[in-house]
Design a protein around this ligand. Sequence first.
Ligand SMILES: Nc1nc2c(c(=O)[nH]1)N[C@H]1C(S)=C(S)[C@@H](COP(=O)(O)O)O[C@H]1N2
Ligand SMILES: [Mo]
Length: 203
Amino acid sequence: MLFDGKERKERERKMREAGRLPPGQALTLKWPVLHYGSVPRFDPQAWDFRVSGLVERPLRLSWEEFNRLPAAEITRDFHCVTRWSRFDNRWRGVPFREILKLVKLQPRAGFVLVRAEQGYTANLLLPDLDRDDVLFATHHDGQPLAPEHGYPLRLIVPHLYAWKSVKWVRGLEFLDHDAPGFWEQNGYHMYGDPWKEQRFDTD
Ligand SMILES: Nc1nc2c(c(=O)[nH]1)N[C@H]1C(S)=C(S)[C@@H](COP(=O)(O)O)O[C@H]1N2
Ligand SMILES: [Mo]
């Protein structure tokens, strides 16, 4: 519709002026769905969240235990490498730092492989998770996540391209080296900073 197009363009201009639109991105008012594979079914009895690798003791939380952890809210922009950006998303969930409090890392544990349903993974450096705006989200704009957006739980890492914001997340593996995740093995950049346009491994 003409009105929608005008409104989108106007908001995009404002975000660009405000310095909030990364290079090569366009503003979307909708919320596209993007993932590899199918939407997994959630079984609260079978679901668990596991922390493994370079920790003193591996951790396993049931869905009930996970939900007893303290929650927080952040409002952040979301940038997909396929060139859309969605602004002012209000996420609610468990901060990464709450999980960090529950484990003792071994000294060499500077890297993380985030693990999700169906074998999806994404790699991150520990400092990119150990920030006050990184959380495991259960809600978006006041509503529980829709199945296609990651229900019951997804990671949100607002300062990197959205493929690092893993949907249907099931755990973390701490490593002593940077090991490429799913998209990183398929040509995407190892780090993924939208402000530096780190889209592909050739960037
Ligand atoms: N488990 C899983 N998480 C994933 C993906 C995926 O394929 N599998 N795709 C990523 C990509 S490329 C993007 S852009 C965002 C999209 O999130 P959305 O579908 O909620 O917009 O999810 C990310 N998280
Ligand atoms: Mo993406």
